[in-house]
Design a protein around this ligand. Structure first.
Ligand code: C2E
Ligand code: MG
Ligand code: MG
Length: 562
């Protein structure tokens, strides 16, 4: 018995030595590890593994890398093999090993075991890292390059905690850089870029990423805690830093830069898109010398509406709006029957802005009330002025547009009556143009206003007729004098049979109701004669005249007087 036990012990020692020999022969750190209670136990290991298990100043590599826990998890699971990389988490230059765990046959007496091998990859990882660093670095300035920049933007966009508007990209380039380059030579051009980059670095915050994204284009990725203001103040800082002249060997030159900015989170999913948006803003900034912000369409439209509203309020107060007068022609005789007064607004540097754009803003903001009063007052004043200039009451009327909002918010009838009285004009000289929507919005109200106006002799026209939904019942009940056939049907008559049929129907409807008709948008002689032949009483359009200044309008009438 005793001899057998001794022999068994010898055999085991022998087996262990054989195992040890196997492991020692391996060119990598290796160990056979088994489960032991909650943790693991190394049954046998070679020198390489032993060295990694020894603690030095700090914990051993095996401990620091958290390997025992991963081995235990592997042994408890059923996986046959697992390969992964571990490091000791030592900051910038960690030791890195590739680990392979292979499940060994689980002999009943031995339990779950795994052969764990570790192959050092520190050098390769370092090389990869420095290669990558080269790949994402601009060799001239040492800044991040476009690849690195896009990766950083993508990381922000991909972060699940990302909030739209929390980051911005600012792009800037040196104005006329290619000219500078040509004049001073490529070497000095490089020097300029280098100095430029250095100044930029000094102007940006440490946690923002500055990159050279093109020849003379730089980009800054910023985190914004206080919104757009922060991006604008960064732009200011940059401008200040670049303000002083640049000294290039013997030369001293001043450079100017344009900046464009885009907020992240306008629905873009790709970094390249963000950069493109900022570049788009940059393009628009060129020449203006200011930083431009790229905004998604809706935001831009809202801002524009707001800026129009502010400027319009000022323009009304300052009397900067004008009226243009478009002749209305009696198609039967070719005589001028009157003029439609149309508001015009010249914003100076920003150019003319069409009523199609500012009237809706005025309606939205309530500014339509003062604007409408001004238009009515001015149109009547102009008509009275023409009478005075001619020394008699001219056979002319003036049409003024009325917004549905005015009908609801203002006492239009009372104001019209007082304005007529102020200018000594009979009610018949004025036609107010209401759109169908003004009638539909509040029919009893519209009815009341129209009836009061009629009591003063004021005429009422329905503008853009055919585009709304006026019911025939209202049309019949309301004392309307004129239907203005919308331009879309008139211009459609050229090549659309349906439009001709609609125009015909409107004409017979108005004839049946005893109303006049004015066709809008007559811009060819052919349309003028077609409408005349169909029995349309009046016409208006570029064929006769575009809207004219008050003086030109009077001249127009004088020249065509029968
Ligand atoms: P609207 O009252 O239907 O005025 C006719 C519009 O058609 C004018 O545009 C006029 O310039 C344009 N027009 C005239 N003949 C032709 C033509 O042959 N071809 C083409 N393509 N267009 C022609 P405008 O002046 O831009 O006014 C647009 C609209 O703005 C007006 O449409 C009117 O609804 C509104 N609006 C203008 N001034 C005022 C105002 O003082 N008060 C109010 N409430 N609305 C106004
Ligand atoms: Mg009109
Ligand atoms: Mg119209």
């Amino acid at each position: 018995m005793v001899r057998r036990a001794v022999r068994t012990a010898d055999r085991e020692a022998e087996i262990n030595r054989a195992r040890q020999d196997f492991l020692d022969a391996l060119p990598v750190a290796a160990a056979v590890v088994c489960l032991d209670g909650d943790g693991t136990r190394v049954q046998v290991a070679n020198d390489g593994y032993g060295a990694l298990s020894r603690a030095g100043h700090g914990p051993s590599f095996i401990e620091a890398s958290g390997l025992p826990a991963r081995i235990a998890a592997f042994l408890r699971a059923q996986t046959a093999e697992s390969v992964f990389e571990v490091d000791d988490g030592q900051g910038v230059a960690p030791r890195v090993f590739s680990v392979r765990m292979t499940r060994m046959r689980a002999w009943p007496a031995l339990g779950a075991r795994a052969l764990v091998t570790l192959l050092e990859r520190t050098a390769e990882v370092e090389t990869e890292k420095s290669l990558r660093a080269e790949m994402v670095r601009d060799s001239l300035t040492g800044l991040a390059n476009r690849t690195a920049f896009n990766e950083a933007v993508e990381a922000v966009l991909d972060d699940p905690a990302f909030q739209p508007g929390s980051h911005a990209v600012l792009v800037l380039d040196i104005t006329r850089f290619s000219r500078v380059n040509e004049c001073v030579g490529a070497l000095a051009g490089d020097e300029l870029l280098l100095t430029f980059a250095r100044r930029l670095c000094s102007a940006v915050r440490a946690h923002d990423l500055l990159a050279r994204t093109g020849g003379n284009e730089f980009a800054l990725l910023m985190r914004l805690d206080r919104g757009l203001e922060e991006a604008l103040s960064a732009a200011e800082r940059i401008r200040a830093a670049l303000g002083a002249p640049f000294r290039l060997s013997e030369l001293e030159i001043r450079v100017d830069c344009a900046m464009g900015c885009a907020l992240l989170g306008g629905g873009e999913t790709l970094a390249a898109e963000v950069l493109r948006n900022a570049q788009f803003a940059l393009k628009r900034a060129k020449g203006s010398g200011r930083v431009r912000i790229y905004e998604p369409k809706q935001a831009r439209a809202a801002r524009r509406r707001f800026s129009i509203e502010t400027a319009l309020r000022r323009a009304i107060e300052a009397g900067e709006l004008r009226l243009a007068f478009q002749p209305i022609i009696a198609l039967g005789t070719g005589a001028v029957a009157g003029f439609e007064a149309l508001s015009r607004w010249d914003r100076g540097e920003e150019g003319e802005i069409s009523p199609g754009e500012f009237i809706p803003v005025a309606e939205e903001s309530g500014l339509i009330v003062p604007l409408g009063r001004w238009a009515l007052e001015t149109a009547l004043a102009t008509l009275a002025g023409w009478d005075r200039a001619a020394g008699r009451v001219l056979p002319l009327t003036v049409n003024v547009n009325l917004s549905p909002i005015q009908v609801v918010q203002d006492d239009v009838a009372a104001f019209a009556a007082s304005a007529l009285a102020r200018h000594g004009l009979a009610g018949e000289r004025l036609t107010l143009e209401l759109t169908e929507s003004a009638i539909i919005r509040d029919p009893p109200m519209a009815m009341k206003v129209i009836e009061t106006l009629k009591a003063f002799g004021v005429r009422v026209a329905v503008d853009d007729f055919g585009t709304g939904y006026t019911s025939l019942a209202y049309l019949q009940r309301l004392p309307i004098d004129v239907l203005k056939i919308d331009r879309s049907f008139v211009s459609g008559m050229v090549d659309d049979e349906d439009s001709v049929a609609i125009v015909r129907a409107i004409l017979s409807l108005s004839a049946a109701l005893g109303m006049e008709t004015t066709a809008e948008g007559i811009d060819t002689p052919k349309l003028a004669s077609a409408l005349k032949a169909l029995g349309c009483s009046h016409g208006q359009g570029f064929h006769f005249a575009a809207p004219l200044s008050a003086a030109d309008a009077l001249d127009y009438w004088l020249a065509r007087r029968a």
